[in-house]
Design a protein. Sequence first.
Length: 186
Amino acid sequence: MGNRIDEAFEAVDRANFLPDGMKYAASIDNALPIGHGQTNSQPYTVRKMLEWLDVQPGDRVLDVGSGSGWTTALLAYLVDPKGRVYAVERVPELVEFGRQNAERAGIKNVRFFTAGEKFGLPAEAPFDRILVSASADELPEELVNQLKAGGKMVVPVQNDILEITKKSATDLDIKKHPGFVFVPLL
């Protein structure tokens, strides 16, 4: 999987998903501001999360907190043209920024949505994979419910990243990866 992730990072230039005033910093391994109190996540952290998520070609993936669309574009590369990525963001200006960035990059297998009252995108569920790029205070059950049995979700909860495998409707395998900091899930 590492090779496919390397390929995705090569194919999707982070600079194309940053505001003009931040493009110069694209190669820096830090979270970068994209406006509206949100960030483009640190590349090291995104890489680890994608490794844990283990996206497969053809998967249907939900990207929660899609921000500038960078993780959405990486996921779109990993699912191949056969798969689909559903990007959800609460800040309408960032939904449009992400959509425009993806269009300019020629990415066709994504759809962008403004988040509603519920977490995720229940109308499009279930998903094979769910990636959350903002920290929740506790595991969002609404997102667990949108995950297929056999699916995986990677979600920051407080300062840990949880790698969740849904074995069945009621059985979750949870691995905890400590020591990460994210903007809060709004």
